[in-house]
Design a protein around this ligand. Structure first.
Ligand code: FES
Length: 224
């Protein structure tokens, strides 16, 4: 197989493609493929040119931390949860998420996701009981990895703009559901940073590795 990787040495240098030969197992994940390619001290492209190890991030390797989010064959996905056997063709194209600044190769800076939460002070205040029938959705929303995949596919999200995307909307729901005293505050933030900018493409739900139904968060927030 061929593995094509969009590389970039520094945040300010030009990106370029490199292609590698992969002869490892087909039941490997894309994370496993990257590990495989990086395994030896001397790394060569398919043309036989010596190059450097491919930069990428991971921590859990089981779809929990969100660090390995990247674009695989045009689809934003977690590398550790995407398997070679499920991809079509004999070439896998890997590039970093496009909505975030590249730090090195496939490593991007997603700190804006947390900065948006900090800037708006979107944290649960005094805890309030919520209806038991809402607990299942709250549990799912709380599993958000902050991986950025929902923002990558969102047609309305642009890094640094005032629309904060699905990750923020789901946090708005969680805070409003768990803290009655914060609801007025959350309402204003939700309107300013999500409701006015969402065009309901709902592509965020198609790529969310935690299976969060943002549309359900929106409906529940609107009801509140
Ligand atoms: S390494 Fe943690 S989600 Fe992939």
């Amino acid at each position: 197989m061929r593995i094509k990787v969009l590389r970039q040495q520094t945040p300010f240098s030009e990106p370029y493609w490199e292609t590698f030969a992969y002869d490892g197992p087909r039941d490997n994940s894309v994370a496993g493929v990257l590990d495989y390619l990086n395994y030896h001290d001397d790394i060569f492209t398919v043309e036989g040119r010596q190059t450097t190890r491919i930069g990428w991030e991971c921590s859990c390797l089981q779809g929990v931390c969100g660090a390995c989010a990247m674009v695989i064959n045009g689809t934003p996905a977690l590398a550790c949860e995407t398997f070679v056997r499920d991809l079509k063709g004999d070439c896998i194209e890997i590039r970093p998420l496009r909505k975030f600044p590249v730090i090195h190769d496939l490593v991007v800076d997603r700190s804006v996701i947390h900065e948006n939460l900090t800037r708006t002070n979107l944290f649960i205040g005094a805890y309030s009981q919520s209806a038991p029938e809402e607990h299942a959705h709250q549990y799912t929303v709380a599993k958000c990895l902050k991986c950025g995949l929902c923002l990558e596919v969102c047609p309305n999200y642009g890094n640094g703009k005032t629309f904060y995307g699905a990750a923020f909307a789901n946090d708005c729901y969680l805070v409003a559901a768990r803290s009655r005293e914060k609801r007025g505050e959350v309402r204003a933030l939700y309107e300013e940073h999500f409701a006015g900018g969402c065009s309901k493409s709902l592509s965020c739900m198609e790529v969310c590795p935690a299976g969060i139904e943002t549309i359900a968060s929106m409906a529940k927030l609107n009801r509140k």
